[in-house]
Design a binder for this molecule. Structure first.
Ligand code: ACM
Length: 261
């Protein structure tokens, strides 16, 4: 399976420019699964709920059609982040859009910093979707700091976790070495680069998007500032191996009875 991650600088409030950039990077490329950053259609650093409402996407809307057309054209599935408007509520969401025209949505569980003034906390739970025999889990950015997120997806048998991000801190890239290793899964993390200012805070995004394999090795990694769509080949079935040696198993050896608070 060919997995690609896109790192670029979305422009806050300029959806047509952002979609044009996404199209330019992906259109002529061959991949099975591409992961794009969090809120890649809109930018991130909203000053108000109203600003986010104005640019939000609805399932079935124009942005969904654009990404679906890109999936059809390239033949690959695309995981992308967007502000989702659903029944009058705003979520920080990601969709797995397939060339067959399916859109599977995950809503960010753990909101970061001023997102708490913009979005509702996600209510979808952690979901794993099977596409062409591969089990794909979704989480978004700050979800990474809660090990339960990746663990929940791995327990639900995800082989690859797609992680659209707008990371401002520097720690996730190293944490994913452990998240991959402790869960035996691939993680494709697509971060953004660049700076976004609003009247409350300037946010600088840490880039360094990467793919880690089921043993925690970095098999694709970017610099902090580059804009790039790279692709790496993986064997998702390796994530089904949870044995550490002939006597230990990552999941079989868990002592859930002793993990209660
Ligand atoms: C983040 O959750 N965007 C840091």
């Amino acid at each position: 399976m060919k997995v690609g991650i896109l790192q670029f600088r979305p422009v806050l409030g300029d959806k047509s420019k952002n979609l044009k950039t996404i199209g330019r990077f992906l259109r002529r490329r061959k991949f099975d699964l591409a992961v794009l950053p969090e809120l890649c259609s809109s930018g991130y650093n909203f000053s108000s709920k109203e600003e986010a409402f104005d640019i939000a996407d609805k399932k079935g809307g124009e942005t969904f059609s654009f990404i679906e057309e890109l999936a059809v054209k390239t033949g690959g599935a695309i995981v992308w982040g967007f502000p989702e408007l659903s029944r009058g509520k705003l979520f920080n969401s990601a969709a797995l859009t397939t060339p067959e025209g399916d859109h599977h949505i995950y809503r960010k569980t753990h909101l970061f910093y001023r997102e708490k003034f913009i979005f509702e906390p996600g209510n979808s739970g952690f979901k794993v979707f099977k596409w062409r025999g591969v089990r794909i889990g979704l989480m978004i950015c700050f979800d990474w700091i809660f090990p339960e997120a990746a663990r929940s997806l791995a327990i639900k048998k995800a082989q690859i976790i797609c992680h659209p991000s707008n990371l401002v801190m520097e720690y996730c890239q190293d944490a994913h070495v452990t998240r991959s290793l402790e869960n035996g899964v691939f993680i494709a993390m697509a971060n953004r680069s660049g700076l976004e200012k609003n009247r409350f805070a300037d946010l600088s995004f840490s880039g360094r998007s990467q793919v880690t394999d089921n043993r925690g090795g970095r098999i694709l990694s970017y610099t902090a500032s580059e804009e790039r769509f790279g692709v790496v080949k993986i064997k998702p079935e390796l994530a089904d191996i949870k044995d550490v040696n002939e006597f230990n198993n990552l999941f079989g050896d868990r002592r859930v009875d002793l993990y209660q608070a």
